[in-house]
Design a protein around this ligand. Structure first.
Ligand SMILES: N[C@@H](CCC(=O)N[C@@H](CS)C(=O)NCC(=O)O)C(=O)O
Length: 216
């Protein structure tokens, strides 16, 4: 059976969402990074980087959350979240790389300030700088959404799932999306899908507890 390692307060939620979208059976091994469970000797044998998520599926052992989603969708998602045409599939790869390489450094840089620092200690100049640099990325998304309902075409695909789970960091750090109404509507529609809601409902109490610990 497919096994996914990583807690509900980690990037493993990206893969749990995909697994739910695909209706697959899986085992969830909830490693708690706050307790260093991702640094145990047993886990380091599976993922020498000691990071989560990791996916095991038959002979495949994979890391990198967005790459794991591309693997899952290619193996199990034909006719749905993985387009039938080459151009659509290429756009899924393009948007996934874009999410990891362009959006994530800014969105994660921003949310770190909110998660790991108390309000008075946050670097407001850094937060503002990250927001300013995020604007052109949202303009780019708007151009794509002017052309079609979703990032890779007229239907929801892995391109949207992968981009939305990085956008989540903006959402969780109170980023104001009102200047990009098409992106805001796309995000609400995409992130609110029932498969993700199921994961977010399980995540909520664990995240609230983590925030209590981090923010005091
Ligand atoms: N680019 C990687 C990042 C993985 C990552 O940094 N995971 C965090 C949790 S979300 C982690 O394992 N942190 C614990 C550590 O680095 O010790 C991915 O998308 O999977």
């Amino acid at each position: 059976m497919i096994k996914i390692y990583g807690s509900f307060v980690s990037r493993a939620t990206r893969n749990l969402w995909m697994l739910e979208e695909l209706g697959l059976e899986y085992e969830h091994v909830s490693l708690d990074w706050a307790k260093q469970e991702n640094r145990s000797a047993a886990y380091l044998k599976i993922n020498p980087a000691g990071k989560v998520p990791t996916l095991e599926d038959g002979d495949a052992t994979l890391s990198e959350s967005l790459g794991i989603n591309l693997y899952l969708v290619q193996k199990y998602g034909q006719g749905g979240l993985w387009p039938d045409d080459d151009a659509g599939r290429a756009l899924c790869v393009q948007w996934s790389f874009w999410a990891a390489a362009e959006l994530e450094p800014l969105a994660y840089g921003r949310i770190r300030e909110f998660l790991f620092k108390k309000e008075p200690d946050r670097d407001q100049a850094l937060i503002a700088n990250m927001a300013e640099r995020t604007g052109p990325l949202l303009d780019l998304m708007t151009l794509a959404l002017d052309e079609h309902a979703y990032l890779s075409g007229e239907t929801f695909t892995v391109a949207d799932l992968n981009a939305a789970c990085v956008m989540e960091y903006l959402d969780r750090s109170d980023f104001d999306l009102s200047g990009w109404p098409k992106v805001a509507a796309w995000y609400t529609n995409t992130y609110g899908r029932p498969a993700n809601q199921k994961i977010q409902d399980q995540r909520a109490p664990i995240a609230a507890d983590m925030m209590k610990r981090l923010q005091g």
